[in-house]
Structure formats: structure tokens, C-alpha cells
Ligand binder design. Structure first.
Ligand code: HEC
Ligand code: HEC
Length: 129
């Protein structure tokens, strides 16, 4: 419904667009080129172990707490896979999801993500095996 308000021509979410969105090159100010995969992995069905996975250090080590969606729980040794296809904890807690979208989209895109971008992304993530 929200997606249709944004774009009256909306015809449903697209996994293909979601994948393209996830990998599209962006710039994190002060850090350089990055995308969602920089912290959530090229293969979001994989879990992350600290210092074993190729993710930005900033995913767990933050200088300024405002740049992290959840500074109280920033430093973790293990982050579950990003895809809800393999990690049932993902995209379940609406407030948490929105908070993380808010911080990460601002950091990576310098703006909020649209409802269509979020829907496309989740549509792609649930197709992964
Ligand atoms: C600098 C690292 C970084 C980048 C880049 C990044 N994220 Fe995240 N993201 C995190 C961290 C850290 C968490 C919290 C830990 C976790 O849940 O894995 C998180 C969690 C999330 C969550 C919460 C999902 C849930 O239900 O648990 C969403 C949604 C999210 N990110 C979306 C995005 C999107 C969309 C992009 C690309 C535009 C992106 N992130 C790029 C670091 C990042
Ligand atoms: C998945 C989360 C995660 C990522 C990503 C990560 N770390 Fe860590 N790192 C940790 C945790 C957890 C500790 C242990 C900190 C503690 O015990 O307080 C740690 C500790 C360290 C320490 C030892 C000093 C200290 O604070 O205890 C260094 C140095 C370090 N990390 C560097 C890096 C660098 C460089 C990168 C990027 C290449 C990186 N880390 C990426 C989670 C991570």
C-alpha cells in the first residue's frame, strides 16, 4: 500500500531489483565505496564470525555511536545470516528492522530507503537458498 502511494505505477516487488539494490555501488562518507554487501556479505545466507569474514570493520567497531543502528550491541563475535530464508530471526521485529534500515540507508545512500526498495530487498533475500 505504501509502495503504491510512492509510485502509482507500482506492480509488485521484484527480487531482481532487490538484488541490484543490494549490490549497487554507493559511497559511505569518510570511508569510500561500499554497498549493503560490505557488511551483510556477498552471500547473505552466510553467518559472520568476527575477524573471519570479509566485512567492514565498522559493522562492529564504531567510533561514533550514532553511525550504528544498535550501539549497545555493536561488538558481537557472531552475526547471524542476513537472509530470512536461513535465519528466522530476520525481518521479524518491525521496530528493529525500521531502525536498522534508517541508520544503514542514511549511511550508505545518504537518504532513507523507499518502501519499494525495502520490499524488493526482502523479496530477493527470501528467495536465497
Ligand atoms: C557499515 C556496515 C553496514 C552496512 C554497509 C549496511 N549495514 Fe545493515 N546492519 C549493519 C549492522 C551492524 C546491523 C546489526 C547487526 C545485524 O543484525 O547483523 C545491520 C542490520 C540491518 C538490518 C536489520 C535486519 C534484521 O531484521 O535483523 C537491516 C534491515 C539492514 N541492516 C539493512 C541494510 C541495508 C538495506 C543496507 C544497504 C543499503 C545495509 N544494511 C548496509 C551494518 C551495516
Ligand atoms: C562481526 C563483528 C566484528 C567485525 C566485523 C570486526 N571485529 Fe574486531 N572485534 C570484534 C569483537 C567482538 C572484538 C572483541 C572486543 C572485546 O572483547 O571487547 C574485537 C576485537 C578487535 C581488536 C582487539 C582490540 C579490542 O578492541 O579488543 C582489534 C584490533 C580488532 N577487533 C580489529 C578489527 C579490524 C581491523 C576489523 C576489520 C578488518 C575488525 N576488527 C572487524 C568484532 C568484530
Amino acid at each position: 500500500m505504501l509502495a503504491r502511494t510512492e509510485n502509482p505505477a507500482f506492480e509488485g516487488f521484484s527480487a531482481e531489483r532487490g538484488r541490484a539494490f543490494y549490490f549497487a555501488p554507493r559511497v559511505i562518507i569518510g570511508l569510500g565505496e561500499a554497498n549493503c554487501a560490505s557488511c551483510h556479505l556477498d552471500d547473505p545466507t552466510q553467518a559472520i564470525r568476527a575477524h573471519r569474514a570479509k566485512v567492514l570493520c565498522r559493522a562492529c567497531h564504531v567510533i561514533d555511536e550514532s553511525e550504528h543502528p544498535d550501539p549497545d550491541h555493536a561488538k558481537k563475535r557472531h552475526l547471524g545470516a542476513f537472509s530470512p530464508a536461513v535465519n528466522p530471526e530476520r525481518f521479524r521485529d518491525f521496530d528493529r528492522v525500521e531502525r536498522h534500515f534508517e541508520v544503514n540507508c542514511r549511511m550508505v545512500l545518504q537518504r532513507a530507503c523507499t518502501a519499494i526498495e525495502k520490499g524488493d530487498l526482502i523479496t530477493w533475500l527470501i528467495t536465497l537458498r
